[in-house]
Design a binder for this molecule. Structure first.
Ligand SMILES: NC(=O)c1ccc[n+]([C@@H]2O[C@H](COP(=O)([O-])OP(=O)(O)OC[C@H]3O[C@@H](n4cnc5c(N)ncnc54)[C@H](OP(=O)(O)O)[C@@H]3O)[C@@H](O)[C@H]2O)c1
Length: 338
């Protein structure tokens, strides 16, 4: 592993040791408007310099494009990076806008081979089930994922957007190193059941969208007016119309705390999610997404910010006041099934 400038933590009891902040790579190929490939490559290199070792992708990000884009970086630094990718969102070749959730064993077996080919590596360090297909018993899906571990294709297993019961059932089949779910100042659904279950089982939490998909940085206030036509956030209820205006007003205490630390609101959002580790007693490795080297520097610097009890109290009510769901279809989340 690298000479880390940030502390490291283990994912799960026997999982990989990673820098306490990872890097979300989705936006480099998908969902958040046009990306500059050179800037994205520089961001990956800068992150590595700063001690970021967990890199997050998925087969569905740009229908394989994101894994292909990351391949040269991963291959160049194979012994220093922890590669996390995901399966389950099947994209029909005739309609790239559609996704079907697939957790059945034949699907999983072909998905892992396709990811390995695109990534150009022999083994995936952390392989997540991206979404739960409720038509397939989770024991069967995780049993197949465990086969991949035995076959040497995958080192560790993870689950994304699962309920506490699903996590327990899965962990009984094979140790789960990490649950990846949305967790931020705006999205705290998982604190009720999933986080306590993860703590009890010794599973780490990898919060995705810890910057509230960028909204918590103040870089956009209304997805319809501020973002490009193809940006996924235009379909998320909390970022449009009256909800967006109401939610922008919730950033006031974040700005006040930021000022006290000579920091940015985004850094406070990241420090808050990082401090959930101490609050809930489990490893927490947020994976903020960025395509800009200066922003990865800013985000990594947030690992050094410690919020006081008073500041945490000021930020506490925010999530309860957010207007609008985090997805248009909440059955796409663990909260929709709890
Ligand atoms: N498991 C799942 O279902 C799931 C769902 C969503 C995401 N994810 C993973 O989680 C990762 C992170 O989530 P996310 O990308 O959705 O949301 P996020 O990390 O909360 O926010 C990303 C957005 O914030 C902007 N940003 C980042 N740093 C910034 C800074 N310092 N100042 C201002 N703006 C900044 C980024 O823009 P630039 O890129 O232009 O800097 C991007 O638009 C993804 O990349 C993906 O790997 C997983």
């Amino acid at each position: 592993m690298t000479d880390s400038t940030i502390p490291t933590v283990r994912l799960g009891e026997n999982g990989p040791e990673v820098g306490v902040q990872g890097l979300g790579c989705m936006g480099m190929s998908f969902a958040y408007g046009p990306a500059d490939a050179d800037a994205s490559r520089a961001t990956l290199e800068r992150a590595l310099d700063l001690g970021v070792t967990l890199y997050d992708t998925a087969d569905a990000y740009g229908a394989g494009d994101n894994e292909r884009f990351l391949s040269p970086f991963f291959r160049a630094h194979r012994d220093r990076v922890v590669i996390a990718t995901k399966f389950a969102l099947s994209i029909p070749p005739d309609d790239p806008t559609k996704r079907t959730i697939r957790n059945d064993p034949p699907y999983i077996r072909q998905a892992v081979d396709a990811s390995l080919r695109r990534l150009g590596v022999d083994v995936i360090d952390l392989y997540y089930m991206h979404r739960r297909d409720v038509n397939v018993p989770i024991e069967e899906s995780v049993g197949t994922m465990a086969e991949l571990v035995r076959a040497g294709k995958v080192k560790h297993l993870g689950l994304s957007e699962v309920t506490a019961d699903e996590l327990r059932a899965a962990h009984a089949v094979h140790p789960i190193a990490a649950v990846q779910s949305e967790w931020s100042l705006f999205s705290r659904d998982i604190e009720a059941k999933v986080v306590p279950a993860a703590r009890e089982l010794g599973v780490a939490l990898v919060p995705y969208s810890p910057l509230g998909r960028g909204f918590l940085t103040g870089s956009f206030t209304n997805a319809e007016t501020d973002l490009t036509a193809d940006d996924f956030r235009r379909h998320q209820p909390r970022f449009t119309g009256a909800n967006a205006a109401a939610n922008a007003a919730l950033l006031e205490p974040v700005r006040a705390v930021a000022k006290a630390h000579d920091a940015t609101p985004g850094q406070i959002a990241l420090a808050w999610v990082q401090q959930r580790a101490a609050v809930h007693g489990l490893p927490v490795v947020p994976i903020p997404g960025t395509r800009k080297p200066s922003r990865v520097e800013e985000n990594v610097a947030a690992t050094r910010i410690e919020l006081t009890e008073e500041e945490l109290a000021l930020l506490e009510p925010i999530a309860g006041q957010v207007a609008g769901d985090r997805y248009a279809d909440m059955t796409f989340t663990s909260a929709g099934r709890e």
